[in-house]
Design a protein around this ligand. Structure first.
Ligand SMILES: NC(=O)C1=CN([C@@H]2O[C@H](COP(=O)(O)OP(=O)(O)OC[C@H]3O[C@@H](n4cnc5c(N)ncnc54)[C@H](OP(=O)(O)O)[C@@H]3O)[C@@H](O)[C@H]2O)C=CC1
Ligand SMILES: O=C(O)C1=N[C@H](C(=O)O)C[C@H](O)C1
Length: 257
């Protein structure tokens, strides 16, 4: 049995992850973590009696194989560091970490030969969109990203948009777009090495992204749309199984599918 702790267990994604683990024959939910909760009775959250609820990292004293994290941008680095230090393999979906933080966590896990993953998006359509964008970036020197999320999303740009821009930047090599210089009202969006990112936060969206490439007399749009958070769970389940076999932390689901 793969023993799993879920951080942010009672959030939108956390609840989906709880169900995914409970429905899996080879996984067992051993604990849920959220420092905001005061009720430590698992029954209060519809969980089995043998599931422990923790609201302090330092109280977590049980053996586990996997730390699934769908929490908040300001907490995910410390949570993941804690998991690695305990020898618990991290499967991290929470967005908002800087590249430096991700690199530091990779170093820590790799030094312990601990498998793990940090994935900006566990959805197949988003992973394929990023792969296709990498291909297109070699042929088009200019592109912009529009990401659209629900109104409760804390961070902007989304982890997926940032990762898409990074992959485009890496694929382009020397052939980079020039950033615009005149934009006093910031209407041109954020800039990641020449790729503009525009972030919408509105009710009605779950998580959508468009990557638009422009060339002389033509454009190419790669677009994906998420209407149900359940779509992320295939990737999370696959990641759990895969990191049990890995001895390093990988960045991006595209590394393992
Ligand atoms: N990689 C991927 O494929 C996906 C990633 N995400 C990312 O996952 C994260 C969570 O999203 P979502 O479930 O929609 O957000 P929610 O706000 O619904 O859930 C976050 C949960 O984390 C809890 N929480 C607050 N502080 C901490 C902490 N220090 N440690 C652990 N848990 C904490 C919150 O508690 P409370 O509400 O009580 O404050 C809440 O229950 C976001 O960063 C989002 O971008 C989302 C979808 C897919
Ligand atoms: O907050 C969300 O909802 C999502 N967050 C991730 C991100 O920041 O890219 C993944 C997906 O876009 C949903």
């Amino acid at each position: 049995m793969i023993k799993v702790i879920i951080s942010g267990f009672n959030g939108s994604m956390g609840q989906k992850a709880v169900k995914m683990v409970n429905d899996s024959e080879d996984m067992q939910l051993v604990a849920g973590f959220n420092p905001v909760v005061t009720d430590l009775d698992p029954k209060a959250y519809g969980l089995a009696e043998n599931v422990k609820i923790f609201n302090k990292l330092t109280d977590i004293n049980l053996a586990a194989d996997i730390w699934i994290d769908f929490s908040i941008p300001t907490a995910v680095f410390n949570n993941t560091k804690f998991a690695i230090e305990q020898g618990i393999r991290p499967v991290i979906g929470t967005s908002g970490m800087s590249e430096n933080q991700t690199t530091e966590l990779k170093k820590l896990a790799d030094a312990e030969q601990l498998g793990g993953i940090i994935a900006s998006n566990f959805g197949l359509s988003a992973v394929l969109m990023m792969k296709f964008a990498q291909v297109a970036a070699k042929y088009f020197a200019e592109s912009e990203i529009i990401e659209k999320h629900h109104e409760d999303k804390i961070d902007a740009p989304s982890g997926t948009a940032l990762n898409t821009a990074r992959l485009i930047y890496e694929a382009r090599g020397e052939n980079q777009a020039q950033p615009s210089s005149e934009d006093p009202m910031h209407t041109r969006g954020g800039d990641y090495h020449g790729t503009k990112i525009h972030a919408l936060r509105l009710p009605g969206f779950v998580a959508d992204e468009e990557v638009i490439f422009g060339g002389i007399g033509e454009t190419l749009t790669i677009s994906q749309s998420t209407s149900d958070r359940q779509s992320f769970m295939t990737g999370v389940k696959l990641a759990v199984h895969e990191v049990m076999k890995q001895n390093q932390l990988v960045i991006g689901l595209e590394q393992i599918i």
